[in-house]
Design a protein around this ligand. Structure first.
Ligand code: SF4
Length: 261
């Protein structure tokens, strides 16, 4: 049993739950609310989160290398070649808090006056226009057929739009002027080559994302109401976990009761 508890703790320390000293509403939790209010409630109020899965280490490696690369241009105060290729008249933004803003455990923060919740989000990058307004940027990597030059309307892509919107909102709440149009720096791996040879080749593109922040205040009020419910919020429509959990529970119960007879 102790090994089970080591691997998966179904009762996280209350200080990380809603109302606890360390709880805050991160950008990813806002997305979790959109995905399934019930699981969001189980996690944030009851302290029982869905089991994790292995991290996407190749994507993390690309993010890290992009960060190092853009930091070099940040130091030089010059545009990265991909910005020149897409005629973006900007440079990577330099700010004393940049490392903190990029730390997913800290990020840019703001206390929302209407709900009292602390909202946070860790950005990948921020660029600066000649008029000092800012551009929100996120690094992405994948392996898809064709050139990636625009967002589709899959749930993932809608999530990216919300993600950049939350970052823009956080920066605006911290007193910065931010342009509506953000960008994804997209690295797309080429899988058409005859062999691996210890090398992955990527095509890097810039994908524009029209952000909006109008939805955020109302969503935060809805999230607060969800967190304070005494009954269970509804399940997300497309999730496979609950039907699995129910089916598995019924089958195990049937065996349990059959053995008791
Ligand atoms: S549908 Fe069920 S398992 Fe899936 S996210 Fe919601 S509560 Fe969790």
């Amino acid at each position: 049993m102790s090994e089970y508890t080591y691997k998966y703790n179904p009762n996280r320390s209350a200080q990380w739950n809603y109302g606890g000293a360390k709880w805050r509403l991160s950008r990813s939790k806002i997305d979790f609310f959109f995905e399934c209010q019930r699981c969001f409630y189980l996690d944030n109020v009851l302290g029982t989160k869905r089991p994790g899965f292995p991290s996407f280490n190749l994507n993390i490696a690309v993010d890290e290398l992009f960060k190092n690369e853009f930091d070099r241009y940040r130091e030089e105060k010059t545009a990265h070649p991909v910005m020149e290729e897409y005629s973006i008249d900007a440079v990577p933004f330099e700010h004393n808090d940049m490392d903190m803003w990029r730390d997913p455990f800290v990020g840019i923060t703001h206390t929302h006056s209407e709900t009292g919740m602390v909202i946070s989000g860790g950005v990948d990058d921020i660029w600066k226009n000649p008029d000092d307004s800012l551009i929100i940027v996120d690094y992405k990597s994948t392996c898809k057929d064709g050139k990636i030059d625009k967002l589709g309307d899959s749930p993932w892509e809608k999530q990216y739009t919300r993600q950049l919107g939350v970052y823009r909102w956080l920066l605006e709440k911290n007193g910065f002027k931010v342009q509506d149009l953000g960008y994804l720096v997209y690295a797309n791996a080429d899988k058409t080559l005859p062999e691996f040879g210890n090398t992955l080749n990527f095509e890097t593109t810039l994908v524009p994302v029209e952000t909006s922040v109008d939805w955020i205040d109302d969503t935060l009020v809805e999230i607060k109401a969800c967190l304070e419910r005494k009954d269970l919020p509804p399940c997300g429509e497309r999730c496979e976990f609950c039907p699995y959990r129910e089916a598995a529970g019924k089958k195990l119960q049937a065996i349990h009761f059959a053995n008791k007879k």
